[in-house]
Design a protein around this ligand. Sequence first.
Ligand code: ATP
Ligand code: MG
Length: 689
Amino acid sequence: MPAAAAYLEALNPEQRRAVEHGAGARDCAPLLVIAGAGSGKTNTLAHRVAHLIVNGADPRRILLLTFSRRAAAEMTRRVERISRKVIGDSAGVMTDALGWAGTFHGVGARLLRDYAEAIGLDPAFTIHDREDSADLMNLVRHELGFSKTQKRFPAKGACLSIYSRCVNAELAIGEVLGASFPWCLAWTAELGQLFAAYVEAKQRQNVLDYDDLLLYWAQTMSDPALAADIGERFDHVMVDEYQDTNRLQSSILMALKPTGRGLTVVGDDAQSIYSFRAATVRNILDFPGQFSPPAEIVTLDRNYRSTRPILAAANGVIDLAAERFTKNLWTDRNAQQGPQLVAVRDEADQARYIVERVLENRESGSTLKQQAVLFRTSHHSGPLEVELTRRNIPFVKFGGLKFLDAAHVKDILALLRFVENPRDRVAGFRVMLLMPGVGPASAQRALDHMAAASDPIAALGSAPAPPRASVHWTAFVATVMALRGRTAGWPAELLCARLWYEPHLERIHEDATPRLADLVQLEQIAAGYPSRERFLTELTLDPPDATSDQAGPPHLDEDYLILSTIHSAKGQEWKSVFVLNVVDGCMPSDLGAGTSDEIEEERRLLYVAMTRARDDLHLIVPQRFFTHGQNARGDRHVYASRTRFIPNALLHLFERTAWPTAAAGAAVARGPAVGVRIDLGARMRGMWR
Ligand code: ATP
Ligand code: MG
């Protein structure tokens, strides 16, 4: 087929080997593609899927697991683009059938709806996001009396992190505490009690948290008959970013394809950055040996993304890692300009520097979307967001506060969730407490009344109204009944929910008008989902990102700058990349425990950030930096020094500049001034600590 050859010819021989591996047979030997950043792993995977489809594989029987839903959508688009060249218009129809492309959590949620009853789960379960989970943990904590009896008992967020770590790493509480939360060791027994009660509460209320989606999926897979049934659904199972999966995820994969046949995994051990969520790089390193005969391994060493100077600097940083990563990437993309190491006075100047460069780039033809600003932690972009807003530059922020985190949006979603699953206490409390005259005690009474009944919705109707809220209560019950009866239909029922909520919103919030606009936007988002259940599930698992005007996701045709945590930037690339706060204390972060493993992970994080850039990379080093911790003088600004991951020996790989220059009007100064000031900063910080 000559047309088929065209897309294969665009690949290098190693990529092509991976794409053609197994000649499309469903029982082909397991395949591992392990290679460095920008070497075309994701692209190769997309070609492999397309190649399978154009050669007759059934797209409905391909399971494609990616790191985010955005990545799955992007992959599906690529597959379609490639296959269209061969099979023409039917490619769109085919990729529409690529229905099993998504995250482990998303796919888990869908499978569980089908298999819930087989494992004793009610298929009408609702899903808690992290905040809801923390709220439930808190409710249980109060019920057990720990918040009163145990002084300085870990906060709800810490409890949830410990719990989540135990589940995902399949470790006992004591082990997790010893390794990562040593200051909580005194409460090992109480935490055990708390977690048991938390699990019991979730079961009673028929809610699943994020971890449960994997846990129940794994549990389903532990039944041989169910495992065979689910495994049978898929001829090919493919995973991108395999280095960031955890033990539970790999055990699910092994149960899906115990012989490894039909399994393809792709990743880069130098980019493993999720160990704080119990991801383990051992998954990818141990993959080949798990099968007999062992998996086929393909390595790629040509980087197609970045210019030679950017790649040299990134390689320089990762070569200093304690661990030896074998890949040595090369590129033939020459460039005059090297990556910039830019010294600025403080975070305000850092923001101004970026705005100036971004606008300059736009003048010379780059769109905003081709540029991204990356940072270690979501709150680091604060000063930049202020500056961008002041200068009217639209932006979208990934990995930070989401549209759905806004209180008013959560209120409406809690109402829908309560209607979907009236046993969900976190949702129930949230909506009931919106009404004047309903306090925690009366909400609890109503919820207890419902919980004791076999039909909780009928019980809500017969529950006595709280005396000081009778009018509001009647309206609330009527709304719940109408929504439950699906009188208005989907998505019109959101309007019904909003009409109930409006007077409460106006009473609670002074700025009701923009919040109402958000809710109208939510109704538009809802129109894109076929049902309430799918809407709630998919929004909880992959919420839209926040934008500069806080009014939900932007229209696709708008141009906007990308702001993203490094963690959320995984797998992506931009023409220009700016990395904020490339200073010690931030990279590596001084919030972690500072073990050598943690420091090494932070080095890989910087490597991930640097390898996102195609043409243009700016690492910015503010000399004064606002920190969360306090120094001895109670001052929250510290003098920062350049990250230890770029020691003097690597400086020749960068162009060093200072901004703004002392002389007004001078564009950029070069020279040793940076190093001198940075050293001074380091000395002063040393004095304070
Ligand atoms: P990461 O480790 O960051 O996830 P990756 O290995 O998945 O990177 P891709 O994102 O697939 O790399 O590819 C990086 C860039 O290289 C993309 O722009 C892609 O289109 C391009 N590319 C990959 N393979 C080739 C090729 N054979 N010829 C030309 N361009 C290629
Ligand atoms: Mg990739």
